[in-house]
Design a protein around this ligand. Sequence first.
Ligand SMILES: *[C@@H]1O[C@H](CO)[C@@H](O)[C@H](O)[C@H]1NC(C)=O
Ligand SMILES: *[C@@H]1O[C@H](CO)[C@@H](O)[C@H](O)[C@H]1NC(C)=O
Ligand SMILES: *[C@@H]1O[C@H](CO)[C@@H](O)[C@H](O)[C@H]1NC(C)=O
Ligand SMILES: *[C@@H]1O[C@H](CO)[C@@H](O)[C@H](O)[C@H]1NC(C)=O
Length: 340
Amino acid sequence: MAYFLLIIFHVLILLSLLCYKSFLNQNVVKNHPDGPHRSIIILVWHWPFSRSYSLVGDKCLKMYNISHCLLTDDKSAFSAADVVVFHHYELSRGLSSVPLHLHRRTSQYWVWMSLEPPVNNVNLTQFNSLFNWTMSYRHDADISIPYGKTMLGGDKLSFPAAPNRSCFASWVVSRYRPEQTRAGVYQSLKNHIPIEVYGKWNKKPLPDKKLLPTISNCLFYLSFENSEKKDYISEKLWRNAFQAGAVPVVLGPSKATYEAVTPPHSFIHVADFSSTADLATYLKDVSADRLVYEEYLQWHNTHQIKIYNDWRERLCQICVKYPSLPAKKVYHNLESWVNN
Ligand SMILES: *[C@@H]1O[C@H](CO)[C@@H](O)[C@H](O)[C@H]1NC(C)=O
Ligand SMILES: *[C@@H]1O[C@H](CO)[C@@H](O)[C@H](O)[C@H]1NC(C)=O
Ligand SMILES: *[C@@H]1O[C@H](CO)[C@@H](O)[C@H](O)[C@H]1NC(C)=O
Ligand SMILES: *[C@@H]1O[C@H](CO)[C@@H](O)[C@H](O)[C@H]1NC(C)=O
């Protein structure tokens, strides 16, 4: 009996391998303009920060309802791939490299991917004239993948009522650098209002399942980005503040940038105040009037936040955008684009 099962098992593995191979082969067929819609093959050259995800089955279809989009991390699919995606962190540290030794079809697109702000994208010059498309949180990237976005329809989130919250404001920070703007604002602001600090810096790390409940107990959350760069709005706003139902006090790109992507009346921007004392006074005033405070949470009835945090979902988005991506493009000066 055991033998029998073992044989069945092996046959199944063999069959699935064969199916996969023939699936790949089918897709090698050149794009027929009027033929059946073929799949786009996307090769992830290496996984971001060395954390791999399962690609078994048609993940884009099954998880995100995106059809004809095949993700693979199998390097042997290189010659068949329509798009090869390179995550910058590993390239810049020499943990992975671009396959210059392999023959690259002229119709194959290489994507430079990074969701980090410019300050974290080091060692760029060696990658000039290699990539056709960029993938970043920036709106002007070829494939723009924000950390989160605002959608219509109220959310079903529930938080402690304002009078029941025992914490005025909190901040989670792992990499504190005194020279960063946010550090200066925090140091000054904490003289005027109580701020509970969590994270690696303060040696009070919050495990994932404690993060939102902890922040939910606060009226305000400091969504302070580590750098104030074009379009850079991270999960510090989308997840930490919005999903926890704390009113975000934001430091990052311009107020107009935030307004363009967030729900109405949903944040307080540091740049609106001439001093941290003024900001603190405003926060105290808001907290003192329950109706004024709750106006900042009204949007939860009409809007909801979608968060992107699975790399597969981001990668599947390439297929959605593929038909409208520039057909001929090369980034000759990647560094200047990144730092722009
Ligand atoms: C999946 O996508 C198709 C077309 O792209 C759409 O017609 C269908 O409603 C979607 N299904 C779900 C469950 O969203
Ligand atoms: C940049 O590349 C050089 C070698 O090419 C390497 O020594 C250095 O560590 C890299 N920088 C970072 C921050 O990884
Ligand atoms: C505040 O907390 C108390 C005790 O946990 C609870 O009974 C009450 O319903 C809460 N008030 C509001 C307005 O949610
Ligand atoms: C993609 O970039 C490569 C390398 O710079 C270039 O040779 C190729 O022509 C580009 N492909 C397209 C379709 O623009």
